[in-house]
Structures are given as structure tokens and as C-alpha cells.
Ligand binder design. Structure first.
Ligand SMILES: [Zn+2]
Length: 151
């Protein structure tokens, strides 16, 4: 039986549009003001990275790396920020955030002080589908949508 927490949004929701899912984790596009912002959410409610077994840590980072690689390919950001905080939602998740030198907060973190109005950047057409295809190619095809409901 996997751990879950009754008031945790990542236990009782995907946390965004799912672009990859396997038996242990998912990659989602949450509703965030930074275009291309992704999250890798571990399915089980565990707070710390070291709560994972060494094999699961390796898998988690492989998914984080795949997300970073896909974002670099699709968006050519100036930098990718990886962050694992969980202070507000102590359910293991990694933020994978494409950053641009002219975005509103660069070089601060996206949670830091705004630096400028920032360039409004739109995602390329079919971004979510392209990201899904990249992740499937790198990590293997996730289950079809009809199978996801059975998980
Ligand atoms: Zn949770």
C-alpha cells in the first residue's frame, strides 16, 4: 500500500496536464506563469528524495533529465532550473523550469523578486504533444489514455 495524505493535492490530483506517466511518477504541465514549467511528481506521498530507494532515486532523476532534455530541445532556454522544495506541499516533486534571460525574474528564481516586466513568451504550437512525444521516445511510451484510468 502506497502512502498518501488526505489533504495533499498531489495525492488526489495530477497537478496539471499529464505529458508522461509510468508506474511510479508523472510529468505534468501545471498552471504556472512561466511557459514550459514542468513538474515531475512522484506518485507516492513521500517527503524527501532519500525516502526513495536508490533504484527509485535513479528512476526519478532519469525522468527529470528527460524533461530537461525535452525542454532544451523544444524551447532552447538560456538556462533550466531544477528545484526540489516541497515546503508547502511535502510530496516529492521536482520543478523543471526553462528560463530566459529576459523573463520577469531572471537571474532570480521564479519564486524570487521580480526583476522586470519580462517578455511575454508563447509556447510553440502543439508544445504539450511535442513534449509528450519527446518523453515517450526517451523513457518509453506511457500507457494509453484508456489504460491510465485503470492505474
Ligand atoms: Zn501527497
Amino acid at each position: 500500500m502506497k502512502h498518501s495524505s488526505p489533504d495533499c493535492p498531489f495525492c488526489f490530483g495530477d497537478g496539471g496536464h499529464v505529458v508522461y506517466r509510468d508506474a511510479q511518477c508523472r510529468v505534468v504541465l501545471p498552471d504556472e506563469p512561466f511557459p514550459g514549467f514542468c513538474r515531475v511528481v512522484w506518485d507516492e506521498h513521500l517527503a524527501e528524495f532519500t525516502d526513495l530507494s536508490p533504484a527509485d532515486r535513479h528512476h526519478c532523476m532519469a525522468v527529470v533529465a528527460a524533461a530537461e532534455t525535452a525542454l532544451r530541445t523544444l524551447l532552447a532556454p538560456d538556462k533550466v532550473n531544477l528545484a526540489c522544495l516541497g515546503n508547502l506541499t511535502p510530496h516529492l516533486h521536482w520543478h523543471v523550469i526553462p528560463r530566459f534571460a529576459d523573463d520577469s525574474h531572471f537571474p532570480q528564481s521564479v519564486w524570487g523578486a521580480r526583476q522586470r516586466p519580462g517578455v511575454t513568451r508563447t509556447l510553440p504550437p502543439h508544445f504539450a504533444e511535442s513534449l509528450e512525444a519527446h518523453l515517450a521516445k526517451t523513457l518509453g511510451s506511457p500507457p494509453a489514455a484508456s489504460e491510465r484510468n485503470l492505474l
